[in-house]
Design a protein around this ligand. Structure first.
Ligand SMILES: C[S@@+](CC[C@H](N)C(=O)[O-])C[C@H]1O[C@@H](n2cnc3c(N)ncnc32)[C@H](O)[C@@H]1O
Length: 318
């Protein structure tokens, strides 16, 4: 799809470029905030799976820049924002970047070190694997990313803090809900207006971090495994009975963002240009600096070049 055509079919893609966001995902976080007020009182935050960086931009604009521009900025520490991704990201004001895999313990250690013994107020995770189209497989890999995020949460989030994570809705959604409920008394699955209805993504908004009494981080996986297993359910308030049958768990699901706002599944006409010239599509704000498909593009370019050279050769010799 060309840029102008995408501008027409994807209003959030066009708006992101107009407002200086690196990706349309920025609107998802903004719309979650409209509903849940997630930035209130936040001074320290971790952005997991952050590249190309539109959520980090939101964090910078909502937390770091206002603090930096405030008259008493000299007397207070600026908000701490740590962003992590497999891919490198172009710099963002007030955002510390860590390049690494969130499923790797060493990455978690680097993040924790940046907090220097302090705890975070908010952890966000927009992680997504490269989707295969095999629904169950994609949902499984996605849930592993969330659990890696949850591992970091148990080390770094302060009691009462919030965790926002992208989920893929599928047949194991109830299990994931119950696992999150172990640590957060309030869990809502939210669908921002900027997330297409045709997409299975939604966001778990987990509030008021309250790990079980006597919880130790090394028990995390044992506890998660007990959820939904008939043997381990008795001492948990979200056992196997919650996952099936007439008692099946009820998951709070909420659409968020201004319901009269732009509809991500609709095409909108391109804006009229005042001086009568044709509409010019804007370039993306910050293309990825080292995307995983970079090598593929280089190989494709080299292959096209070789074909052209061969064609020139055969023309010369005819
Ligand atoms: C949808 S994008 C995130 C978009 C970002 N929130 C933004 O607003 O620009 C998903 C990201 O997850 C990252 N990711 C996937 N698996 C990861 C992993 N195991 N560790 C770190 N990052 C990962 C990908 O590299 C990709 O940049």
């Amino acid at each position: 799809m060309g840029k102008a055509s995408r501008d027409k079919r994807d209003i959030y893609y066009r708006k992101a470029k107009e407002e200086g966001w690196r990706a349309r995902s920025a609107f998802k976080l903004l719309q979650i905030d409209e509903e849940f007020n997630i930035f209130e009182g936040v001074k320290r935050v971790v952005d997991l799976c952050a590249a190309p960086g539109s959520w980090s931009q939101v964090l910078s604009r909502k937390l770091y820049l206002p603090a930096k521009l405030s008259p008493d900025s000299r007397d207070t520490d600026p908000p701490l924002i740590v962003a992590v991704d497999l891919q490198p990201m172009a710099p963002i004001d007030g955002v510390i970047q860590v390049q690494g895999d969130i499923t790797n313990a060493r990455t978690a250690e680097v993040v924790i070190r940046h907090f220097d013994g302090c705890k975070a107020d908010l952890v966000v995770c927009d992680g997504a694997p490269d989707v295969t189209g095999l629904h169950d497989m994609d949902e499984f890999v996605q849930s592993q990313l969330i659990l890696a995020g949850l591992t970091i949460v148990t080390h770094i989030l302060r009691k009462g803090g919030k965790f926002i994570a992208k989920i893929f809705r599928g047949k194991d959604t109830s299990l994931l809900y119950c696992q999150l409920k172990l640590f957060f008394p309030k869990v809502t699955f939210a669908k921002p207006k900027s997330s297409r209805n045709s997409s299975i993504e939604a966001f778990a908004v987990c509030e008021d971090y309250s790990p079980p009494e006597g919880f130790s981080e090394k028990d995390l996986y044992r506890l998660l495994k007990e959820i939904g297993s008939p043997s381990g359910a008795d001492n948990l308030d979200c056992g196997s009975a919650w996952l099936e049958g007439p008692n099946k768990v009820y998951i709070p699901f909420l659409a968020c963002g201004d319901l009269c706002g732009y509809d991500s599944d609709r095409s909108y006409p391109l804006p009229q240009v005042a001086d009568g010239t044709t509409y010019k599509s804007l370039d993306p704000i910050q293309p990825p600096i080292a995307p995983p498909y970079k090598r593929a593009l280089e190989l494709k370019k080299a292959a096209n070049q070789s074909v052209r050279e061969l064609e020139d050769l055969s023309l010369d010799s005819s």
